[in-house]
Design a protein around this ligand. Structure first.
Ligand SMILES: *Cc1c(COP(=O)(O)O)cnc(C)c1O
Length: 369
């Protein structure tokens, strides 16, 4: 059997007819940038997340960039301020901080959830610390109630990187993107809510913040040719907004299917030397990825490849070991480094069949160390 990691054509197949109709509508509209599809997507995505506002932007990195730039023009952050961020996040979270002239403080993740460890974050707060960027890595929410408490006690701004957790909800029903002052979302094609190209969004319930983000994404202009800020061109693409409206309607069902497949993996993988992803009791994991840990990760990956199973590593090198951040070369973050040595992502998507998951689990159980 061949098991692909992620077949995007299959993921989008159930929506093809609707997407063709949307493309026709788009062609006939004659309006290509910040039009009716963008406005409708923003309204529908805000409603989905439970926020008052959503602003469609160019991609997930730019969503995070715009959050920091908005905080700066609103006087909430200044160049050189420190932002706490999990050390094991995808590089985009870190890039957004440094590109905004802010200073990331890398915090070790929690040993169970792989999200920012709240005790370590508390200890990392210094006199220049002004914000926390929580990342809902792999589809699991960070411990937002504890982080909200820390932010309140230490007078810090709290933001979310929700790129991997569209539709993840806390037990009380509140959704990723609605758990902080503002959240950045990516709709890169492989994300749980994926476009057919580049797209992203910022969600917030703060009207002033939403206005600053919407202005900054469009050259800092509210009225054409009059510029309030030195802004950017970080607008969402109108056609992607149309596609996202269609995919959004299937998101909860797709996440439910991901959870079913995760439950199957849990039921069937039986190895004492392998760590399955832990699901925190405060909220629902939406399994953007299914990350396992194994001390012989590379051998396991090669073995699965021979068995026809595609896997991925998220991620092979932590931000502090990247050439781009050579100044952090000497930092020691033991758990982050262990994660990058041992993590392997198994295939999981709304299009995988039960049989495929059985097969992957069966092969893993027969891996000889
Ligand atoms: C994908 C991702 C991003 C960046 O999104 P793009 O749309 O690729 O720019 C940011 N943070 C995390 C955690 C991501 O997974």
């Amino acid at each position: 059997m061949q098991v692909s990691f992620l077949d995007l054509k299959a993921v989008n197949a159930p929506y093809t007819t609707e997407m063709q109709a949307a493309t026709r509508r788009f062609l006939e509209s004659g309006w290509y940038v910040l039009g009716e599809e963008t406005r409708a997507f923003e309204e529908e995505y805000a409603r989905f997340c439970g926020t008052k506002h959503a602003v469609g932007v160019s991609n997930g990195l730019d969503a995070l960039r715009l959050i920091f730039e908005a905080a700066k023009v609103l006087g909430k952050l200044a160049e050189g301020d420190e932002v706490l961020v999990p050390a094991n996040t995808y590089i985009a979270s870190i890039l957004a901080i440094t590109q905004s002239g802010l200073r990331p403080v890398l915090v070790e993740p929690d040993r169970a959830t792989y999200n920012i460890d709240v005790h370590a974050a508390t200890e990392a707060v210094g006199p220049r610390t002004r914000a926390i960027l929580a990342v809902h890595l792999y589809g699991q929410l960070a411990d937002m109630e504890a982080l909200q408490r820390l932010a309140w006690e230490q007078d810090l701004l709290l933001f979310e990187d929700a790129a991997q957790a569209h539709g993840a909800r806390l037990r009380d029903g509140r959704c990723a993107g609605n758990l902080s002052l503002a959240a950045g979302h990516s709709f890169y094609p492989g994300k749980n809510l994926g476009a057919l190209g580049e797209a992203g969004a910022v969600t917030t319930s703060d009207a002033g913040f939403a206005e600053a983000v919407a202005t900054l994404r469009n050259y800092g202009s509210q009225q054409k040719y009059y510029n309030r800020f030195q802004g950017f061109n970080m607008r969402i693409d109108e056609l992607q907004a149309a596609f996202l409206r269609i995919r959004l309607r299937g998101l909860d069902k797709e996440n439910e299917r991901r959870r079913e497949l995760a439950a199957l993996y849990r039921q069937e993988i039986k190895r004492p030397d392998l760590v399955l992803p832990h699901e925190a009791d405060y909220g629902q994991h939406v399994y953007h990825l299914f990350p396992i840990l194994h001390p012989r990760r590379d051998a396991l990956q090669a073995y699965l490849r021979k068995a026809g199973i595609q896997t991925m590593i998220h991620y092979p090198l932590p931000p502090h070991k990247q050439e781009a951040y050579a100044q952090w070369k000497e930092l020691s973050l033991p758990f982050t480094e262990q994660l990058h040595r041992e993590e392997l992502s198994l295939p999981i998507s709304p299009c995988h069949s039960d049989e495929e998951i059985h097969y992957v689990a069966h092969c893993i159980n027969h891996f000889e160390v």
